[in-house]
Design a protein. Structure first.
Length: 556
């Protein structure tokens, strides 16, 4: 549930912290006082996009934060774990900073977050229903999603969609294999020829580099031998060889070092140099023994290099890449074999269809069961909302062809009164009826969801009297097991709330500002009186407000 909402320099709010409790909470106040600003701030924390004009005039940036308790929200904790954003002591902290240049930054539990992450998490934390939300109920996609969510099988619907896409992909692969049979045969013949040629060549990984190095060595063997001879002569074979001269110098310095230790240090520096000269001489001797002047070997290497070069040029490849070309050729042949096996592809398509239909039939059965329960609940809510005799139906009819969302079309239908035939939701109901039906659907379906916090933004617009009281009672009952926040202008709704905040707008030197006050019993009665009669309240109005408040406390 939402525990804290903090706002800084947002629209007309300079600084505000709203601490919230479980149950049913209302926000009331004059039109334009800033009630919906609080919900706009919450929406931004849940991933909505913002506009620079939402920053308070004169401020450089706006800062928004919210804290949620998620001890009883397993879906939220699972999502946080998947994203590596585990909650701290059962709490989730959201923060967002917006600047006048249109930039924004966001954090979840102190870690930088994207808008997509905020939105994904927000969908699991809060459900916001606006006064015109019922209009979206006219779309088939929204209606299907509502029934699936109500029944608790949204995951099955998603799995059915994946199965449908897998089936379509299998059909496309089968059809493509049939259409490309001729082209595949020609391509296979070319690839078979190339594989045969490369296999016969027997090229190894790294062979080209090895042969090139050997060719260079054998082709330059004479000059290498001459260089080795000259180096060996200079190192140790001539009368003034470097090893002898180094040994003599070191010996003389060592003798002189007996009279001055500084010269002994110099002699010590020469010792490793002498060792390295001796090692170099031994290495030259070994190299000369291994060096072989073999014209036949050189001719064989030249011939092999030429063969590799010719095949590489034929296939427009680099000689050193011939092993990779052979591997790619074999892989492509394997792909063509699989793609051209029409019988196997036919079996795969049939298996995919069977998997899809099994899921779709299970989804059909679950939707029909959930639809029946939803019909009962919404119809009961309609009767309570002064639509006696009205009924709500969820029509589920077979589609002419399977679809990604299942085998059936789903449509919400209503009859506003007993003698009216049912028809599509958006076409049959009047504006006022549609608003009440939309609220009935929201209330009937919300109490089975996993989202812990429900927000209703003036969904009671256009109703009053006994119907308004019924709306308040429905929201109050919903608040018994989920947190409910509602922005309302109706005292009949506000009187049912467990907690009541008043939003006020003030004109001051810095400009217009909004504030929020948690009301105690006396202030609640005064606010209900204002909502009943406006600013000019009377003793009779206050008595009516007190009676309204006390009546709904007794109702609880």
């Amino acid at each position: 549930m939402l525990r804290l909402l903090s706002i800084r320099d947002f629209v007309v709010v300079r600084s505000l912290e709203l601490e919230l409790e479980p149950g049913f909470t209302v926000l009331t106040g004059e039109t334009g006082a800033g009630k919906s600003i609080l919900l706009d701030a919450l929406g931004l924390l849940l991933g909505d996009r913002f506009e620079p004009r939402q920053i308070r005039a004169g401020a450089e940036r706006a800062e928004l934060a919210a804290a949620f308790d998620v001890d009883d929200a397993p879906a939220v904790r699972a999502w946080l774990a998947e994203e590596g954003l585990a909650e701290s002591d059962g709490e989730v902290l959201l923060r967002r900073v917006l600047d006048a240049q249109g930039r924004s930054r966001a954090w979840i539990n102190g870690s930088p977050a994207t808008l997509a992450q905020l939105k994904a998490l927000g969908e699991k934390l809060v459900e916001i229903t606006g006064q015109h939300a019922h209009q979206s109920l006219s779309t088939a996609e929204t209606q299907r999603a509502l029934v699936d969510s109500f029944g608790g099988f949204a995951a099955l619907a998603a799995e059915t969609g994946r199965a449908w896409r897998a089936w379509r992909a299998a059909i496309e692969a089968r059809d493509a294999a049939r259409a490309d049979a001729g082209r595949s045969a020609a391509e296979r013949a070319f690839l078979e020829s190339r594989r045969h040629e490369l296999s016969a060549l027997g090229v190894r990984e790294g062979e080209w580099a090895e042969l090139a190095a050997a060719q260079s060595r054998l082709a330059n063997a004479a000059s290498l031998i001459e260089a080795c001879a000259q180096a060996a002569d200079a190192l140790e074979e001539s009368d003034d060889a470097l090893t002898r001269r180094m040994a003599q110098v070191a010996s003389r310095l060592a003798q002189a070092g007996a009279h001055d230790p500084a010269l002994a240090d110099v002699a010590a520096l020469l010792e490793p140099a002498g060792i390295q000269l001796a090692e170099a001489a031994r290495a030259l001797r070994d190299y000369r023994r291994r060096l072989d002047l073999d014209p036949a070997e050189l001719a064989r290497i030249d011939e092999r290099l030429a063969a590799l070069h010719d095949v590489a040029r034929k296939h427009r490849a680099r000689p050193e890449s011939l092993p990779a070309l052979l591997a790619a050729t074999e892989a492509e042949l394997a792909r063509l074999d699989a793609a051209s096996d029409v019988d196997a592809l036919e079996r795969r398509a049939a298996d995919a269809e069977g998997a899809y239909r099994a899921l779709a039939l299970e989804l059909r059965a679950k939707r029909r069961f959930a639809a029946s329960e939803l019909e009962h609940r919404v119809t009961a809510a309609m009767h309570a909302l002064a639509m006696a005799g009205g009924r709500f139906e969820v029509a589920i009819d077979p589609l002419p062809a399977p679809a990604v969302h299942g085998l059936d079309a789903l449509e919400f239908r209503i009859a506003a009164h007993a003698k009216q035939p049912s028809g599509p939701l958006a076409r049959v109901a009047s504006g006022g009826e549609l608003s009440r039906i939309g609220l009935a659907i929201q209330v009937a379906s919300s109490d089975v969801g996993e989202v812990p916090t429900l927000v209703f933004d003036e969904v009671d617009a256009g109703i009053g009297g006994a119907v308004a009281a019924t709306v308040g009672r429905l929201l109050q009952s919903l608040g018994a097991h989920r947190q409910v926040l509602c922005v309302t202008h109706l005292p009949q709704v506000a009187s049912f709330a467990d907690h009541h905040f008043r939003v006020e707008k003030h004109d001051g030197a810095p400009g217009v500002e909004s504030s929020v006050t948690l009301l105690d019993r006396d202030l609640r009665v005064a606010e209900l009186a204002r909502m009943l009669a406006g600013e000019q309240t009377t003793a009779k109005t206050r008595a009516h407000a007190r009676e309204l408040y006390d009546q709904h406390r007794r109702h609880r």
